[in-house]
Design a protein around this ligand. Structure first.
Ligand code: ADP
Ligand code: MG
Length: 356
C-alpha cells in the first residue's frame, strides 16, 4: 500500500498553524520520517491521514483511493502516539487483541494473533500483565504490537520514543525499523530528534511552519540541504553569509572562501554551509599536539586556511567540538584529534553554497 498527499492544506480555526499545500508519497514498505520543530505541523499531517479531521484543500490517497469521508476506523491504519494510550484495566494480551475484537475476529484467532504480535516485539511472556506494571519502553512495545496486529494498511508513529530515555530509545529505533521491514508496511514516523530521523529513515520530510521544505534520503538532506533552515535543523552547521565573487569564490567575514564551481550569479547574496566534521585542524607533524606545523605539505597557495584562537573546547568522547575565533567570526569544528589546535583548513569540496 502507498500513501499520497496531493496539495493538502489544513488551517485550524484559530488561523494559526496547520499545513500548506503538502504533496508527498510514501512507497510500499517505505519508512518516511517527518521532522520539523515543535509546532511545525507534523502531528497535523498524521491526524489528517488518520481521519481525525479532513483537509480543506487537496486529497489524501491510500493505495490510490481518495479517503475523504472514510471514518478513522475504516481507514485501517496502525497508530502509535507518544503517550501509550493502553487500556489500564485490560491485560497486555487483551489490549493487543482489542482491535481484532472491534473487527469481529473470533476469540481463538484473536488470542493467537495477539500472542504472535507480542512475540514480535519481544514480550512473549508479558501477556497476562497489566500495562501499569510495565516500563515505558515495554508499554510502547505493546502499543506497537496493538497497532500492527490487524495488519493495517500503513503505520503512523507520532513521536513514540520521545518519552523514553536515551539508551532505550536507540533499542526501540532498531526494533521499529526491524518490525517495519519485516511487515513491509508503508510507515510515517514523526520525530523532532534528528539523529533518530537520520538513522531510521528511507527518506526524510522536513516540515517548517506547515510547509514541506525538503523530501530526500538522509544523506542528501544532510549533505545537500535546500536552505539554511534545513541545514541548521539537521546536524550542526557553520552558516556564513557571503557574496559570490567568482564561480569558485565567495567573499565572507572570514575572507574569500574557495568552493567548487557553482551556478550562482556573480554578486548574489548566499550562505555558505560547512559541517563541523569537514573543518580540519592543522596538526603538528608528529601528532603529539605541540603546535601547528609551519608549512602546508601541499605546494602552492593555501586554500581556505584560517588561524585563530580556541575559545570553546568540548570533549564529547568520540569527538571534540571546538570554536575557533578567526577575526570577528567563529568556526565550529569537530575532530578526534586531541592535540593543540590553532588553525583549520576547509576543503572547497566541503563548502555548500545555499540561498542567503
Ligand atoms: P507538531 O506536531 O509539529 O509539533 P502540530 O501539528 O501539533 O505541530 O501543530 C502545529 C500548529 O497547529 C500548532 O503550533 C498550533 O498552532 C496549531 N494547532 C495544533 N493543534 C491545534 C488545535 N487542536 N487547535 C488549534 N490549533 C492547533
Ligand atoms: Mg506533534
Amino acid at each position: 500500500m502507498t500513501i499520497r498527499f496531493d496539495n493538502v492544506t489544513y488551517r485550524y480555526a484559530t488561523g494559526k498553524g496547520g499545513l500548506s499545500d503538502i504533496s508527498l508519497e510514501v512507497g510500499k514498505g517505505e519508512l518516511l520520517v517527518v521532522i520539523g520543530p515543535s509546532g511545525s505541523g507534523k502531528s497535523t499531517l498524521l491526524k489528517l491521514l488518520a481521519g481525525f479531521m479532513e483537509p480543506q484543500a487537496g486529497r489524501i490517497l491510500i493505495a490510490g483511493q481518495d479517503i475523504r469521508g472514510v471514518s478513522a476506523q475504516h481507514r485501517d491504519l496502525g497508530i502509535v502516539f507518544q503517550s501509550y494510550a493502553l487500556f489500564p484495566h485490560m491485560t497486555v494480551l487483551e489490549n493487543i487483541a482489542y482491535p481484532l475484537k472491534l473487527r469481529r475476529v473470533g476469540r481463538d484467532e484473536r488470542i493467537e494473533r495477539a500472542r504472535n504480535a507480542l512475540r514480535e516485539v519481544g514480550l512473549a511472556n508479558a501477556g497476562d500483565r497489566l500495562p501499569g506494571t510495565l516500563s515505558g519502553g515495554q508499554q510502547q512495545r505493546v502499543a506497537l504490537a496493538r497497532a500492527l496486529v490487524y495488519k493495517p494498511k500503513a503505520l503512523l508513529l507520532d513521536e513514540p520514543l520521545s518519552a523514553l530515555d536515551a539508551g532505550l530509545r536507540t533499542d526501540m529505533r532498531d526494533l521499529i525499523t526491524h518490525i517495519q521491514r519485516a511487515a513491509n508496511i508503508a510507515t510515517i514516523h514523526v520525530t523532532h530528534d534528528q539523529e533518530e530521523a537520520l538513522s531510521m529513515a528511507d527518506r526524510i520530510a522536513m516540515i517548517h511552519e506547515g510547509r514541506l521544505l525538503q523530501l530526500a534520503p538522509p544523506r542528501e538532506l544532510y549533505d545537500a540541504p535546500v536552505d539554511t533552515t534545513v541545514a541548521a535543523f539537521v546536524g550542526k552547521a557553520n552558516l556564513w553569509p557571503g557574496r559570490v565573487v567568482s564561480p569558485t569564490l565567495v567573499a565572507t567575514a572570514f575572507g574569500n572562501i574557495e568552493c567548487v564551481a557553482s551556478a550562482w550569479q556573480i554578486g548574489a547574496a548566499v550562505t555558505l554551509l560547512i559541517r563541523p566534521e569537514a573543518v580540519m585542524p592543522i596538526t603538528d607533524d608528529d601528532g603529539q599536539g605541540k603546535g601547528p606545523r609551519q608549512e602546508d605539505k601541499q605546494p602552492g597557495r593555501p586554500i581556505n586556511r584560517f588561524n585563530g584562537t580556541l575559545t570553546q573546547d568540548r570533549f564529547l568522547g568520540a569527538v571534540r567540538r571546538y570554536d575557533l575565533v578567526v577575526g570577528d567570526g567563529v568556526i565550529t569544528g569537530e575532530t578526534g584529534y586531541r592535540g593543540i589546535i590553532s588553525g583549520v583548513t576547509i576543503s572547497p569540496d566541503d563548502v555548500r553554497v545555499l540561498p542567503a
